[in-house]
Write a protein that binds this ligand. Sequence first.
Ligand code: FAD
Ligand code: FES
Length: 279
Amino acid sequence: MNTILKKETLSPSVKLYEIEAPLIAQKALPGQFVVVRIVEEGERIPLTIADSDPERGILTLIVQEVGKTTEHMGLLDEGMAILDVAGPLGLPSEIENYGTVVMVGGGIGIAPIYPITKGMKAAGNRVISIIGARSENLLFYIDKMKAVSDEFIITTDDGTSGIKGFVTDELKRLIDEGVKIDRVVAIGPTIMMKMVSEVTRPYEIPTIVSLNSIMVDGTGMCGACRVEIDGETKFACVDGPEFDGHKVDFDLLMQRQAMYIEQEKKSLECFRENLVHRI
Ligand SMILES: Cc1cc2nc3c(=O)[nH]c(=O)nc-3n(C[C@H](O)[C@H](O)[C@H](O)COP(=O)(O)OP(=O)(O)OC[C@H]3O[C@@H](n4cnc5c(N)ncnc54)[C@H](O)[C@@H]3O)c2cc1C
Ligand code: FES
């Protein structure tokens, strides 16, 4: 059992949880994730370790409520416990002094990009961060991201904060202005990571993306998370989740992510109906 020590609402659908998990907190590295199961009969879902404090034995998870399990988690309050948290899983991010790195976080992707950005800054890189969301009320971690960036850019699709447009517009602008970029790391919706990779491809800028394929065990045993990288099958949970964006078959990934939409919709409807009956 992992107790929720703190819960905070970051935006209408995004909540931050600090949970007690001393063994995982001691080992967690940027880029890694945990697999969480809230109740005995519940499914397992992967969540990135947005931050960890080994001294206090605490992990920070940031969760966007998009379906049954994430909505269920949203109903848990401080003092309550999550049934089990397994991790740290996945390969850690490669963090070195590359020179100038551009860190791109879109939507809920701002959560996983933060620990990697912090690591890139600590490794001596010049860090340019671009974070974006559909609208101002979906942005979070602005001060934290600013604190670990040399240059910090916000974009919103509707122009309610920062520059109106997409994160890719700002990345393209930097390239067009002749900024020498040694590496790009992009985390966010799959379509955003695909577009970032298309922007950098002609310039051969190494581009790393973190793939959010459907996962079950998170340990390489079930095959649910398989992705195609340069024509080869890989398991995102053990071979990733980070991969070379120029080699990812994003269209196949998007197809696989949408495979259970009908079942997910039904499951959420059932969950909400049961809640109403219980009230
Ligand atoms: C390595 C990794 C790290 C992630 N980190 C975060 C994070 O830090 N914060 C966050 O909010 N979300 C994160 N996600 C996505 C999160 O796991 C899904 O949003 C969650 O599983 C949705 O479950 P649900 O029951 O609420 O919604 P559902 O209605 O079941 O699903 C909604 C959508 O989420 C995706 N999804 C569903 N089940 C899974 C699953 N078992 N594994 C992966 N994706 C799934 C599918 O694309 C689906 O269409 C991460 C995913 C991966 C692979
Ligand atoms: S989640 Fe089962 S093999 Fe990756």
